[in-house]
Design a protein. Structure first.
Length: 311
C-alpha cells in the first residue's frame, strides 16, 4: 500500500517542531547552496499557475533544479481542466506523471480538492485564503534580521501587519497562533480577516497564552518590531481598487507611521509593491535590505519545503 502523501495546503498542516525543522534546513541551504544538490535527482515538480507569478514560480523552479530535480511550469489555461476536465481526473493523471504538484490558484478549495485526489504531495503556492510558503520564508527573514536562533526569542518581538486582511495575513495569523507570537493586524474593520479564520487561530492562542490583536486603531502599531504590509488590492479584487485606496490610505507605511514603531523596527513587504500606495518610495528604499532578503529567502524556504515533503 502506498504511503499517504504529505501536503502543505495551510500553515496548520505543520506542527511547531516541523516549522522549526523547515526553517532550520532553509538556513543551512542558504549558507551552503550546494547542500542537497542531488537530493531530488530524478524527481519532477509540476507547477500550475492560475495567476501571474514572479517569486513563487522562479523560486520553486530554481529550487527544484538546485536540488537536482526537474520543474515543469503549467499555465492552467493550457490544460484540459480549462475545458471542463475534472480536478479528480487531472489529479490522478498528474499523480502518475509527477512527484509533487505546486498550485497557485484563486480558490483555496481548488488546492484542497487536488490534495484530496492526489497520491503525490500538493503544495499551496498561494490561494485566496492562505500563502503558507511565503510566511515560512517571512519567519526565516525575521529571525535572520534580528539574529534570532530560536522561537523563544521570536516570541518577544511584536509583529504588526498594516493593510488588507488577505491570504498573507491569514497565514501570518496562523503561524502566530501555532508559535505563540505577538501579532497585531491593523486594518479598516470591513477588511478584517474572516471570522471563521480568526476563531480557528484563537483556538491555538488559548493553548499558547498569547492573544491576537485585530484593530483599526493606528496607535496599536506602537513599539512594533516588525511592520509588514502588502498591496491593498490583491489579484481578483481589481474592481474594488478605488474603494480600497480610500479605505486603506490611513494605513500606508510611511515615515510618520513608523515613528510610532520601535526604533529598531524593520519593514517587510511580500512584493510586488505598489510604491506610493501601501508603502512610500522612501520607505521601500530605506528598508530594501529586509524586503529583498525576504524575497531571496523564498528560494531557500521552497528548497527546504520540497526536501521536507519529498524526503
Amino acid at each position: 500500500m502506498n504511503k499517504k502523501p504529505r501536503h502543505l495546503i495551510s500553515i496548520y498542516d505543520l506542527s511547531e517542531r516541523e516549522i522549526e525543522k523547515i526553517i532550520s534546513l532553509a538556513f543551512k541551504l542558504k549558507k551552503d547552496r550546494k547542500m542537497l544538490n542531488s537530493a531530488l535527482k530524478g524527481k519532477t515538480l509540476g507547477m500550475i499557475f492560475e495567476k501571474p507569478s514572479t517569486r513563487t514560480m522562479t523560486s520553486f523552479a530554481a529550487g527544484m533544479l538546485q536540488l537536482g530535480g526537474n520543474p515543469i511550469i503549467l499555465n492552467s489555461q493550457n490544460l484540459q481542466i480549462s475545458r471542463g476536465e475534472t480536478i479528480h481526473d487531472t489529479a490522478l493523471v498528474f499523480s502518475a506523471y509527477l512527484d509533487a504538484l505546486m498550485i497557485r490558484a484563486f480558490s483555496h478549495l481548488t488546492v484542497k480538492e487536488f490534495a484530496k485526489y492526489s497520491s503525490i504531495p500538493v503544495i499551496n503556492g498561494l490561494t485566496d485564503e492562505e500563502h503558507p510558503c511565503q510566511i515560512l520564508g517571512d519567519i526565516m527573514t525575521i529571525m535572520e534580521m534580528f539574529k534570532i536562533k530560536n522561537f523563544s526569542a521570536l516570541k518577544k518581538l511584536k509583529i504588526v501587519f498594516c493593510g488588507d486582511g488577505n491570504n498573507v495575513v491569514n497565514s501570518l495569523m496562523a503561524v502566530s497562533a501555532l508559535l505563540g507570537l505577538q501579532f497585531t493586524i491593523l486594518s479598516p474593520a470591513q477588511y478584517f480577516p474572516k471570522k471563521d479564520l480568526i476563531e480557528r487561530a484563537r483556538q491555538y492562542f488559548v493553548k499558547t497564552g498569547v492573544q491576537i490583536n485585530i484593530s483599526d486603531k493606528i496607535k496599536d502599531i506602537e513599539n512594533a518590531d516588525v511592520v509588514y504590509t502588502d498591496v491593498w488590492t490583491s489579484m481578483g479584487f481589481e474592481k474594488e481598487e478605488k474603494k480600497r485606496k480610500n479605505a486603506f490610505k490611513p494605513y500606508q507605511v510611511n515615515e510618520n507611521l513608523l515613528k510610532k514603531a520601535a526604533n529598531s523596527a524593520i519593514v517587510l513587504h511580500c512584493l510586488p509593491a505598489k510604491r506610493g500606495e501601501e508603502i512610500t518610495e522612501e520607505i521601500m528604499r530605506k528598508y530594501e535590505r529586509p524586503i529583498f532578503t525576504q524575497a531571496e529567502n523564498r528560494l531557500h524556504i521552497q528548497k527546504s519545503i520540497l526536501s521536507f515533503l519529498l524526503k
